[in-house]
Design a protein around this ligand. Structure first.
Ligand code: PLP
Length: 362
């Protein structure tokens, strides 16, 4: 059945070896692998859980973590919730998650109460915002940061595990030695003030790993959280491939349902497309147009690249994608399969769509 997402487990495993070497051996950091990019696919999760270098397994959704919490813990990995918990999911968080990322004291109070109910010690990491302006207490609000930590330290069922930052997500801010040094400096100040030791000073996601190669990751940073670097081999700060990794871990296959010669410009008055956008069309004359059975409901058309380099993606709607196959050396016909490499958005949507079948290469 098509469309089909082919997941190469061997390639994923060698990517994991490569990012583990950089992060742990070269960078002296603990390794947190993030599973959300492939929607916590069970075969990928198994590979991560059984890999000896992985210390933490993380996701932004409790539902994903619930599918593998037992397996992770059995293999000695701690489970981590990356997105700030919703007040409506506290019970599940305490149940399935060992360490949650937080910024709101009201939420941490609820975690403490629920952990007492479940007779657990729940770990929390306090997120600090260094300017990317998504989650975290703003780094200049030191009084707020220290008041929050003081209240956490008094709680009996919550353990203050450390601090962390997220960058290159909303504000697209690139991690550098200077901004990450602010986090490391803050960690030092917290340790001095409370004569305590922070288990984790988490220096970011796949956009921070390049700093290890340059020898510029500040000393106090002792953890990185890697999704895309592992899944697609990407340094997401500058878009380079990380040494020892490969980007073709995933292949999307879709089947041609129509192949007709038609004009490239729509005929009649132009209104808006299926998504309310005013489209732009390039006049390529009469072209060979292939429709494949996949659409915007299942994938991100801007985040997939035809493996046949002579195919262009013209556009699509919810359930259809239209390709220009005029210049290809292959004589495509209805029923043929077209393959694509995926970027982060394409991976995320195809892995989440119930309409995309999965197949594994071992
Ligand atoms: C998604 C996420 C990550 C992983 O991001 P990648 O760019 O895939 O490495 C790390 N930390 C947080 C808080 C996240 O939400």
């Amino acid at each position: 059945m098509y469309p089909k997402l082919i997941i190469d487990l061997k390639k994923l495993n060698s990517n994991l070896d490569a990012v583990a070497k950089i992060t742990k051996e070269d960078g002296n950091c603990s390794l947190m692998i993030v599973t959300k990019g492939l929607c916590a696919d069970p075969q990928m999760v198994k590979l991560v859980a059984e890999h000896k270098s992985v210390d933490f397994m993380a996701d932004s959704r409790v539902k994903n973590i619930a599918t593998y919490a037992d397996l992770a813990r059995k293999n000695g990995k701690k489970t981590v919730l990356l997105r700030l918990p919703m007040h409506s999911e506290i019970e599940e968080v305490v149940k399935y998650v060992d360490l949650s990322f937080n910024s709101e004291i009201s939420t941490i109070r609820l975690l403490n109460e629920e952990a007492a109910r479940q007779k657990k010690l729940h770990k929390v990491l306090l997120m600090i915002d260094l300017g990317d302006l998504r989650e975290g207490l703003f780094y200049k609000e030191e009084a707020l940061i220290f008041n929050t930590i003081e209240e956490i330290l008094k709680m009996s069922n919550v353990e203050f595990y450390g601090i962390g930052v997220n960058l290159t997500c909303y504000g697209a801010i690139i991690p550098k030695n200077d901004n990450l040094s602010i986090l490391a400096g803050l960690a030092e100040k917290i340790e001095k003030t409370y004569s305590t030791h922070l288990h984790m000073v988490s220096g970011g996601n796949s956009s921070s790993i390049y700093l290890i190669g340059k020898g510029e990751l500040p000393k106090g940073i002792n953890n990185l959280r890697l999704g895309e670097a592992f899944l697609l081999g990407n340094d997401t700060a500058y878009g380079a491939k990380l040494p020892g990794t490969t980007g073709d871990t995933l292949t999307l296959e879709a089947q041609i349902v129509e192949l007709q010669k038609k004009p490239s410009l729509p005929i009649g008055e132009v209104g808006v497309d299926a998504f309310g956008q005013k489209p732009y069309y390039e006049d390529r004359g009469i072209i060979k147009r292939a429709i494949i059975g996949i659409g915007k409901q299942d994938t991100d058309l801007d985040s997939m690249t035809p493996i046949d380099e002579k195919i262009d993606i013209l556009g699509g709607s919810s359930d259809h994608t239209i390709l220009d196959v005029t210049k290809s050396d292959t004589e495509y016909k209805v029923g043929d399969i077209v393959s694509f490499e995926l970027g982060y958005g394409g991976m995320l949507k195809t892995a989440t769509s119930p309409y995309v079948e999965k197949e594994y290469r071992k």
